[in-house]
Design a protein around this ligand. Structure first.
Ligand SMILES: Cc1cc2nc3c(=O)[nH]c(=O)nc-3n(C[C@H](O)[C@H](O)[C@H](O)COP(=O)(O)OP(=O)(O)OC[C@H]3O[C@@H](n4cnc5c(N)ncnc54)[C@H](O)[C@@H]3O)c2cc1C
Length: 164
């Protein structure tokens, strides 16, 4: 996909664009759509996740890489036991507990809150996006939508068709 394209990582799009406003004929923007428009209509809301990672003195904690915990009494929503992704045989094991947490502007945006209020605000940002002629907005932050990996790849291919 990126063949023949110069790739730079660790660069903030907004900072880069300030210094290089004319660099691209067409932009594919996968960041937060409200941030792109300077939050001029207000900020879209997200849920965040706090990770608590622990090394345990046992070979196997939960027998699987990913287990969801849905009981009301359990404060975390999921435990990742990393070694099971790679069939690790180490004596110890590393687990990460995931706690759903509040989000505020400046934090990592994990899950969009697709309720009526936020979806309506997104629709307003989408109208602004449609007027940006040389920018294609996409991905989970550009579309303000929870996508699994397969869905986001499908959406990217569909978007490409629209612009071809
Ligand atoms: C906590 C969590 C768990 C998940 N678990 C699963 C799972 O188990 N299975 C599954 O199929 N999917 C899972 N997903 C979904 C999966 O991660 C997404 O579908 C996928 O990453 C979306 O790809 P994307 O390109 O839209 O967004 P991203 O992967 O977020 O890529 C967007 C890119 O844009 C960059 N960017 C944003 N703003 C700027 C800026 N201002 N300047 C420069 N770069 C910027 C970001 O750094 C990032 O690299 C999970 C998502 C989350 C949040």
């Amino acid at each position: 996909m990126l063949e023949g394209t110069e790739v730079r990582t660790g660069i903030d799009f907004f900072e880069f664009r300030k210094e290089n406003p004319e660099i691209a004929e067409k932009i594919i923007f996968t960041g937060m759509i409200d941030e792109y428009f300077g939050y001029q209509l207000g900020a879209l809301e997200y849920r965040s996740v706090r990770f608590e990672t622990e090394v345990l003195d046992c070979e196997n904690y939960q027998g699987n890489a990913v287990v969801n915990y849905t009981e009301r009494e359990v404060p975390y929503t999921r435990i990742i036991e990393h070694k099971h992704f790679e069939f690790g045989k180490q004596e110890k094991t590393v687990i990460s507990r995931e706690y759903s947490s509040e989000w505020s502007v400046g934090m990592e945006p994990y899950y969009p809150v697709n309720d009526e209020k936020n979806n309506a605000l997104f629709e307003e940002y989408k109208k602004l996006a449609e007027k940006e002629e040389n920018v294609i907005f996409g991905g989970r932050l550009g579309d303000y939508k929870y996508y699994d990996m397969d869905k986001v790849v499908a959406a990217a291919l569909d978007r490409l068709e629209e612009f071809n």
